[in-house]
Structure formats: C-alpha cells, structure tokens
Design a protein around this ligand. Sequence first.
Ligand SMILES: Cc1cc2nc3c(=O)[nH]c(=O)nc-3n(C[C@H](O)[C@H](O)[C@H](O)COP(=O)(O)OP(=O)(O)OC[C@H]3O[C@@H](n4cnc5c(N)ncnc54)[C@H](O)[C@@H]3O)c2cc1C
Length: 412
Amino acid sequence: MRMKVAIIGGGAAGLMATAALLEADPKVEVFLIDKNDGLGKKVIISGGGRCNVTTGIQDIKVVLTKYPRGGKFLTSAMHKFSPADVYQWFESHGVLLKVEADSRVFPCSNDGHDVVGVFEKLFKTSKVRLILNTQVSDIKKVRQVFEVELKDKPPLLVDKVILTTGGQAYRQTGSTGDGYAFATSLGHTITELAPSLSALFTQETWPAKVAGLSFQSVSLGRSGRGTFRTTGPLLFTHKGISGPAAFALSSLIAFEKFDAKHPLEIAIDLFPDKKVTDLTSSIETSKLANPRKSWLNVLAEFVPKSLAEVICQELELDGDKKSHDISKKDLARCVDWLKSVPLHIISRSAGDEFVTAGGVNLKEVDPTTMQSKICPNLYFAGEILDIDGFTGGFNLQASWATGHLAGTSAAS
Ligand SMILES: Cc1cc2nc3c(=O)[nH]c(=O)nc-3n(C[C@H](O)[C@H](O)[C@H](O)COP(=O)(O)OP(=O)(O)OC[C@H]3O[C@@H](n4cnc5c(N)ncnc54)[C@H](O)[C@@H]3O)c2cc1C
C-alpha cells in the first residue's frame, strides 16, 4: 500500500516539504492542504513583493548567527540545504536569482509569484493532491494513523503528518497560529510567543520631524549596556524607528516587557565608524574654518538639516548662533548626542510584524530529521517552530531548509 502523507500549510515550508518528499519518493501519496485559495500567499508578498528568497552569505556558521532563536537547532538542516543549495535549487527549477549588495537574494524578475510558480508547476505534473480553501480543524492520532479533520469535508486518514502552519504574523495571509493547538493536542509544548521584526514606537515625538530620513549604517542598542546591540540601515518614522536595524533590535527585545510607563531606553550611534575624538575633530575643523556660519549650518554638514534642527532643539542650543560662539562643552554635547541618540521605546507596531518568535519547543523535535520526539511520524517545519531570524532572507531560508529536511525524512 502507498504511504499517505498530509502536509498542513502551503507556505514556504510546506511547499518545500512537498517538493522534497516527492523528489525522495515519487510513489508517496501526498495531500497538501491550505485554507487559502492559492499557495504561498506570504511568500508572494514577502520582501515587498520581490521575495528575498535567501541570503548570499555562504558561511553557514555566519548564517546561523542571524537567528536570535533556533540557530543551533538549525545546524543540521542548514548544512543539508544551505543558502547555496536553495539558490541552486530555484535556478535549476527555472527561477534565475541575483545577489544584491547587502547579500539579499531575489528573483531576477523581482516578483515573488515566480518563486511560488515553481511549486505550482511541479505539483501539476506530480501526483500531489492539492486541497485548497480547506481549513484543518483538528488532528488526532488513532493508533498508527493520523486523522486530519477538515472543515466541511470528510476527514483524511494518513500515515504521516508534516505540520507547516507557520506562526501568527500577518494573519490575513492565513497564518493564524492554528498549528500551535494541533501540536499541543499531539503532546507538544509551545514556548512563549511574541511578535518580532516590527517597527518600534518611541516616547519622543521628534522622529516625526525627520520622518522618512534614513541612515545607511547605524549601531543601536540598549543604553549603557553592551547587549542588544545591532547595526544596519535605519529609518525614522512618524512614530519612531523602522528599517533593518530597528527590526533586528525588535527581534532581540522580542520578549522584553515595556510600555509608556516603563519604556526601554536605547541609544543610536549615527556614526558607528567614527570614534568620538574623530567626530569631534571633524566638526571642530569645520567650526574653526567657518566662524561666522550658524551652528545649525555647521551641524548640517554632518547630518541632514532637519536632524540638525532636532539636535539644537533637544540640547536647547540656539542654532542661529555663530559657530565661533559655540563652546567646547556644547560641541561635545552635540557629538555625544550624535554618537548616542537617546530614545525610549514604548511599543511595537502591532499587527504588522514579519514573524512570530517562539513556537514548538525545539527540545521536542529531532533536529536531524524534523520528526517529533513525542509523536512518531509527526514532523514540523518553518515558522511554527521556535525559530526566527533577522531580515535578509533568513526566515525563508529556515523554512526552505527545515521543509526540505522534513520532506526528505518523511519519505524514508
Ligand atoms: C510582510 C512580510 C514580508 C516578509 N518578507 C520576508 C523576506 O523577504 N524574506 C524572508 O526570509 N522572510 C520574510 N518574511 C518571513 C517569511 O515570509 C516567513 O517566515 C515564512 O513565509 C514562514 O513560512 P511557513 O511556511 O512556516 O509559514 P507561512 O508562510 O505562514 O504558511 C503557513 C500556511 O499554513 C496555512 N494554514 C495555517 N493554518 C491552517 C489550517 N488550520 N488549515 C489549513 N491551512 C492552514 C496558512 O494559510 C499558510 O498558507 C516576511 C514576512 C512577512 C509577513
């Protein structure tokens, strides 16, 4: 009798698990179930619709450092299906890719539909039973068989289940966290869940004055402490900060509690490549060369004028004052501000986070097969697991790698 496998969730992990399972054993009877009317809804909108498929970083040790949670667990999956393997897999299936300057990998077409299209084409010519527009409502194990309950349809009886229902971020894409309940009912524990990779809101209102202003590289972290430090591009918004560096910080503080009464104090270094002494002497040189220039205009040689105005306002300095009349102490205060912009984080931008931190407890899953250690023949892959990465293609890479491993393992 042919083995029957149900893959629950047709996102990145479920798509790759299905493809890998069929590659490993074309005789398996595969049911791919999703509540949406199409496959890979989140993949299509990822990367602003361009789909940042994976990372161009080749060194797996470095790649694993991009996961605040789950990096160690991913070691085996990542070696078996590395970013280079993912790159090669998509190209060999007809999607040409490109690596951008910041190591992000995109389809040359800049269109996420092409990434999902690979799977749609593959599944048309294989024997996958696509069950779309169908919500799984429960999964039970009755002796050796899984009974997959479907809303408004008769249940499916299968030998193995691969659970790829994702997290609970961007719920409009179908990822509503249903899988956590299924995993729990099959004996698993779910770690604390939290939104990650979101913009951050500040107590300070001045970011609104510079909304839209971006910096190519800043360093930011918790004030006065070495931990929670991250670097990358940053964008000021009407309510605070966004961009890769802010997203990375949001990931590092995913489980921190803060609000308007108990804000999280952070500091941004707008000149991470310059020492305080170097920045001081650069500004001092300009000040000495332009004694009659307004202090605002001197500062505006180093940062956009709108931010120079904020500095003067925050430090209560008269920007119209001639630079000649600015004291050494005030110059030092400006340099300190630029090297350590103080902000107080009061909340995350709710509902538009990219991923869910937390998930199925990794201690309960075999990292070399993705099989449950608690419930034989149950496999997990993707964001449902307690794994999450920074922006840069790392979350999709984790889904492809764990999906590939789960699919291959379930075939054997
Ligand atoms: C806006 C946005 C942009 C992003 N951009 C990037 C990027 O460029 N690069 C990157 O690496 N990562 C990115 N991510 C993160 C990445 O997309 C996810 O981590 C990844 O898609 C997770 O894949 P998954 O297969 O585990 O889950 P999902 O993609 O969430 O798929 C889960 C699927 O399960 C289905 N499902 C859930 N419950 C049920 C049920 N009860 N019955 C039937 N079906 C069910 C859902 O409909 C869904 O299709 C982005 C995320 C967002 C929200």
